[in-house]
Design a protein around this ligand. Structure first.
Ligand SMILES: [Mg+2]
Length: 218
């Protein structure tokens, strides 16, 4: 992909609102658990949250719907059908669209680098028209068999891009601290809640500004 600076974006919570994925994990799956176990929805939500928490988001399983369907004894459920019900909730952040469109126009190679499995990622990309902006779209769990909690994922991203990379995303560890440890430049995008660093950026407009002003150098 050439020797100039490549720019890598997280997807969920960075370019797209969480309403879609939250719908699947916090409503869709609990509703199926409630029906299957004959329990109240509130109780099913609690059981799902406990189970997600005990696995933790550093684990690849945390992102895999097949793992959770298996975990809750719901192997008969059609993943596609479960996810599709929430497609109307997919929505892109306006500052994300501005950033990818401007950076694309400026000629930067863009990479979408996500922990979302293909089934989720492809729907978001299509629904938001993101495909045209990216030179590469990578689903870490499905394409590389890993997730962004692993430094090696970012080392591989560096070789994949064939030059310097700056990554940006809304997860303070997996989108900022881990890639920095792997030797990449990285920025945490703070979307108004959760952990925040002193150097977190409040929007992707700020990120774009930093690139355009040359504060991020190859
Ligand atoms: Mg994210």
């Amino acid at each position: 992909m050439g020797s100039r600076l490549s720019i890598s974006f997280d997807l969920d919570g960075t370019l797209t609102h969480l309403a879609f994925v939250d719908g699947v994990w916090n409503e869709g799956l609990p509703a199926l658990v409630a029906a299957s176990r004959g329990i109240e929805l509130d109780e099913a939500v609690r059981q799902c949250m406990d189970a997600y928490r005990s696995e933790g988001d550093a684990s690849i399983k945390w992102y895999q719907l097949s793992h959770w369907l298996d975990h809750f004894g719901l192997d008969h459920v059609d993943e596609e059908e479960l996810i599709s019900g929430f497609i109307p909730r997919i929505r892109a952040f306006e500052d994300g669209l501005r950033a990818v469109s401007s950076l694309k126009d400026l000629g930067y190679p863009l990479i979408l680098f996500s922990n979302a499995p293909r089934r989720f990622l492809d729907k978001e990309v299509q629904h938001c028209g993101l495909e045209a902006f990216f030179d590469a779209i990578i689903s870490l769990p499905d394409d590389w068999g890993t997730v962004k909690s692993q430094e090696e994922a970012f080392v591989r991203l560096g070789s994949f891009a064939g030059g310097d990379v700056v990554h940006v995303g809304d997860h303070v560890r997996f989108d900022c601290e881990v890639p920095r440890r792997a030797g990449l430049q990285a920025y945490h995008l703070w979307r108004g809640k959760g952990p925040r660093r002193s150097d977190s950026l409040p929007s992707l407009d700020h990120f774009l500004d930093r690139i355009v002003r040359g504060q991020v150098q190859p």
